[in-house]
Design a binder for this molecule. Structure first.
Ligand code: C5P
Length: 237
């Protein structure tokens, strides 16, 4: 396959067509953004790290029967994915209180949740990705009730496996964001990326962050944190 026309450029990735109508070519960029694009920088190597980490995680999920749009890693910062129509809902899974949850509800940071909390945000930059309820999803017809039930089921299944993957490498999976799409047959498929850009990952022993909070709150070197995750996952920098 060859890299064709650029179809879409997001904050962290560029999506290109290929000669296969159902296959897209994804390029991970080094651009870092936070707070809905208010904070920006270019962090050399970030694209490579996220591409590698996301490829490893989607492959591990596949091994336990959780399909995603991921087809294969192509190069240090590129991968092939199945084309999907993205459902404009960001699904946030929380195992431990942090971030906006602490801010919004005053729950103490570090409080553990079992079962995990699921939240939905409307994927709309102009509105600042607002929190939404299942009723909002229903009236806005963002997903059918059947699709939403499937999305929730997959998210919880992903959570069981993802918690294990990180526990095995001494990392606490605090929270993360998932996105879903519809493939050409209309089936719901896990999509986008799972990386330290979209997860909060704390060292089990020290509580140190190895995720995008390093950039958001200038807590340390982002590439060092992401490199720690990649090497613990058994990947090569
Ligand atoms: O900011 P908040 O605490 O709601 O984020 C929860 C989790 O979802 C964090 O791991 C964050 O990195 C991720 N997230 C994301 N993209 C967004 C919003 C949140 O990856 N647009």
């Amino acid at each position: 396959l060859t890299k064709g026309e650029c179809l879409y450029e997001g904050k962290a990735k560029r999506i290109y067509a290929t000669e296969e109508p159902e296959v897209l070519w994804v390029e991970y960029k080094d651009d870092a953004t936070a707070f809905n694009g208010e904070k920006k920088d270019v962090l050399e190597g970030k694209g490579l790290l996220n591409n590698e980490i996301s490829s490893i995680i989607f492959s591990r999920l596949k091994e336990v029967g959780i399909d995603s749009h991921f087809i294969k890693r192509l190069s240090s910062n590129e991968q092939l994915v199945q084309k999907v129509e993205i459902v404009p809902i960001e699904v946030v899974v929380r195992n431990v209180a942090a971030g906006s949850l602490v801010k919004r509800l005053g729950i103490e940071r570090g409080t553990a949740f079992s079962p995990a909390i699921l939240e939905f945000y409307y994927k709309d930059d102009d509105l600042g990705d607002p929190l939404m309820t299942e009723e909002h999803i229903r009236v806005m017809e963002l997903a059918t009730p059947e699709e939403l039930a499937q999305i929730k089921e997959i998210a919880l299944h992903v959570n069981d496996r993802l918690k294990e993957i990180f526990k095995d490498i001494g990392i606490q999976l605090v929270d993360y964001k998932l996105e879903f799409g519809r493939d050409h047959t209309g089936e719901i498929l896990l999509a986008d990326e799972i990386s330290p850009d979209t997860c909060r990952l704390w060292d089990e022993k020290t509580g140190e962050s190895f995720d995008k909070d390093l950039f958001r709150f200038e807590q340390g070197n982002l590439q060092d944190g992401y490199t720690t995750i990649l090497s613990r996952l058994g990947g090569n920098e």
